[in-house]
Unconditional design. Structure first.
Length: 344
């Protein structure tokens, strides 16, 4: 035995501690990642409690809610990199919350039936080929067709292109309705006639009255009142946040018009420039049902057409039962068309 070993044994010195032995265990590593996972789950679960304040953060969170799930794989990658058991387990919270919120959306809720097919599309004022879009929409087989963002020149093109398949039509300003069935009582709906929202609204943020109409479609099963609308655009910028003023004025005007409408069967078609998950649509969706929610398959995102991230083109009903709801492929517009088959 050497002198050195004898000295070590005699003094009882501990063996040197390696760097690996000093690292915290898997349940102690990644506590920040675990906290972020819990926070993500709480934000999704309690998104309705996020205040609007100055930047409309609540509405923005409502609209982007499905995409919050993308943070899960990001946090999972961090948990695997850190070999953190606590972070991996904590990720179960946002996964379960996302599933609770959207599992029903992903299922196919369509069913056989329906005798009336309706479709709607924002055809885009800058559409380079409105004649081609008209041919595509004719081939869709819809009985009733709503178009938004019409220009005077494009309206003439659609009137010619759709005339043979749709003998009845009505256009008011930037919106129009084409039908294989008779139309009657068509009139514009003033989507700015709702009063100021929370104070005086600048004139530049109010909508002209030629962005919505109301008409009655005569079917073999009774009349159907149809509203076609194109609400104001929203803006997202660092200074103003999520600006929805003009759109919200239109939402309120439509809500009041439809609430006062005595018709038993009512349908709203159009580009509402917002997800129905947005709290701004609560009053409207309390009296109308979304065809996509009732009879769709998946989220049915419609904008932008090249890579849809949100459904802002809607088919809503009262007194009519959606049996199937779907989106159609792109046809030259920056929006995807939406369609539904209904009955009553």
């Amino acid at each position: 035995m050497t002198r050195e070993s004898t000295t070590a044994q005699g003094t009882g010195a501990a063996a040197p501690v390696t760097r690996a032995d000093s690292r915290p265990g898997p349940w102690k590593r990644g506590r920040v990642l675990a906290a972020l996972a819990v926070l993500l789950g709480l934000v999704m679960l309690l998104h309705a409690e996020i205040p609007e304040r100055r930047w409309n953060l609540g509405s923005l969170a409502d609209t982007s809610l499905p995409w919050f799930g993308l943070f899960v794989p990001v946090l999972l990658a961090g948990a695997l990199l850190r070999r953190s058991a606590s972070a991996a387990v904590a990720l179960l919270i946002p996964v379960m919350v996302w599933g609770y919120l959207f599992a029903g959306t992903l299922s196919d809720k369509s069913r056989p039936g329906g005798f009336l097919t309706v479709a709607s599309e924002n055809v885009n004022a800058g559409n380079p080929d409105p004649a081609g879009t008209a041919r595509y929409l004719t081939a869709s087989g819809a009985d009733v067709l709503a178009l938004e963002e019409l220009t005077p020149q494009a309206t003439v093109t659609y009137e010619k292109g759709l005339a043979k398949a749709y003998p009845y039509h009505a256009a008011r300003g930037t919106v129009g309705l084409w039908s294989k069935l008779p139309l009657s009582g068509t009139r514009p709906v003033d989507v700015a006639d709702s009063g100021p929202l929370g104070g005086t609204v600048p004139a530049a943020q109010t909508l002209p009255s030629n962005r919505a109409l109301r008409s009655t479609v005569t079917t073999d099963h009774g009349p159907l009142t149809v509203y076609v609308a194109h609400l104001g655009s929203v803006r997202l910028n660092p200074r103003g946040g999520y600006s929805t003023t003009s759109r919200d004025i239109g939402v309120r005007a439509l809500d009041q018009a439809i609430a006062a409408d005595p018709s038993h069967r009512v349908m709203l078609l159009g580009d509402l420039n917002g997800s129905l998950a947005d709290r701004s649509f609560h009053d409207l969706t309390s009296q109308l049902r979304s065809a996509q929610d009732v009879a769709g398959d998946g989220f049915g995102f419609t904008w932008p057409a090249s890579f849809p991230v949100v459904r802002i083109d809607q088919i809503l009903t009262r007194g009519a039962e959606p049996d199937r709801s779907w989106t159609l492929p792109a046809n030259g517009s920056d929006h995807l068309p939406v369609a539904a088959k209904v009955s009553w």
